[in-house]
Design a binder for this molecule. Sequence first.
Ligand code: ADP
Ligand code: X2W
Length: 287
Amino acid sequence: MPIDLTNAQTTARVLTEALPYIRRFAGKTLVVKYGGNAMKGDDMIASFARDIVLMKKVGMHPIVVHGGGPQIGAHLEKLGKTSRFIDGMRVTDDETMDVVEMMLGGLVNKAIVSAINQQGGQAVGLSGKDGGLIRARKLVIAGDDLGQVGEVDAIDPRVVQHLEDGGFIPVIAPIGVGAHGEAYNINADLVAGKLASVLQAEKLMLLTNIPGVMDKAGNVLTGLTVPQVQALIADGTIYGGMLPKIQCALDAVASGVKSAVIIDGRLDHSVLLELFTNEGIGTLIRG
Ligand SMILES: Nc1ncnc2c1ncn2[C@@H]1O[C@H](COP(=O)(O)OP(=O)(O)O)[C@@H](O)[C@H]1O
Ligand SMILES: CC(=O)N[C@@H](CCC(=O)OP(=O)(O)O)C(=O)O
């Protein structure tokens, strides 16, 4: 339900409710993964950017990791190429890798950087190649060759920490660099999860195009423990693109990230509603 901030009483209530959360997260790093399905159109990106800038202004350290799967797909289509996916990963030949690098490192990254700067923030766009941020190796799945699809080998967070210290908001495209300087296409959820672990982030927020993890009847499961997630995977309630996402969330909380949340990034102010209200939104996973 949208909040009516033209009403003074509502505004006062919202601010009173938000204050303890602002204090709690001040000075803390939060990794926000912005999925390609939640960035459909300038208004959605502007709303996301407003939330990120507000986080920064009240003293948090948001770090954005973005996807762009649909945007890559649309461009490949223009070139007459259709993608094949194995376990949610786009099989990436050399030509596809060029498009991934152009779309993620270029167009999508700069659209987010620009939107944040428009809202009064100071964003800096990076790919995993910059400052040696993401070292990657080829992802090997038994029986299949995914081409230039990578997995994270190591993260060197220094460039991100320098940007944080300087008051900038890092915006990271999920491209890794291999031992010989070659580019790898990495699922953005994987990068966000690993970065959150390495930075020991307070929270990992995964913004997608569904209201949260749902049960078989379509109800959003607002809170999940690790054993509950395992049961939902085992009985097939969680499948497809949700599998790598939930796995990243589990890995992150297992490695010390306080919590991970899967929320609907298409909602106006989804990030603020999750962070600053008692109920929050989406599905929260704790260790
Ligand atoms: N139990 C579940 N609850 C919600 N979504 C699920 C579930 N199991 C599978 N999914 C699928 O996972 C999708 C989200 O993953 P994905 O499309 O990869 O997101 P993104 O592109 O934002 O990373 C949902 O749109 C839905 O189709
Ligand atoms: C290997 C692999 O599949 N990489 C993804 C990278 C982008 C991504 O993860 O984007 P979303 O978060 O919007 O899905 C791809 O090529 O689509």
